[in-house]
Write a protein that binds this ligand. Structure first.
Ligand code: COA
Length: 129
């Protein structure tokens, strides 16, 4: 299973809300019987809740070379040993990709906004033109 992204309003960051939300979501997934969760994110945050770099468990990130260590592709087993003996490729689900033209069309229904860019959880600048 995958999920996210989760987001905390800047003025409430680093107060434990992100971790609380994440751990709550993991408990819900576990209750659903999910064996493992694979996501794209920052190990400094997700590592606190038990995520590890997916390649260390034999899971390859679809958009990078097979032998590369992709530090933002993370996973957590919710059932012990769920991925033992399993290798494979994680592919971001299609639902995560948006049509920028459709976004522009949707946004045009709202009052004009100033376009800004912010660093993502890995510190990379996200820019939308
Ligand atoms: C990532 C995010 C959800 C974290 O939420 P938060 O409420 O600030 O995080 P928490 O206070 O629960 O942090 C728990 C621990 O994670 C680590 N952590 C959190 N944010 C971090 C960051 N930006 N860099 C490094 N470590 C971080 C810290 O160890 C922190 O514990 P500490 O504050 O005692 O050192 C929040 O910064 C955010 O909304 N970012 C923008 C959206 C985003 O990138 N979402 C994740 C994409 S999948």
């Amino acid at each position: 299973m995958t999920f996210g992204p989760i987001s905390i309003k800047p003025k409430y960051k680093r107060k434990g809300y992100g971790k609380a939300l994440l751990d709550y979501s993991l408990d819900k997934a576990k209750a659903l019987g999910v064996g493992a969760i694979c996501i794209e994110g920052n190990i400094d945050f997700y590592g606190k809740s038990g995520f590890v770099v997916a390649s260390t468990k034999g899971i390859h990130y679809y958009a990078e070379p097979r032998d590369s260590e992709v530090l933002y592709c993370l996973l957590k087993e919710l059932k012990d040993g769920f991925l033992e003996g399993i290798t494979g490729t994680y592919h971001t689900p299609q639902g995560y990709f948006v049509d920028e033209n459709e976004v522009e069309k949707f946004d045009s229904h709202f009052p004009a906004k100033e376009k800004r860019s912010f660093p993502d959880s890995s510190g990379n600048q996200i820019k939308r033109n």
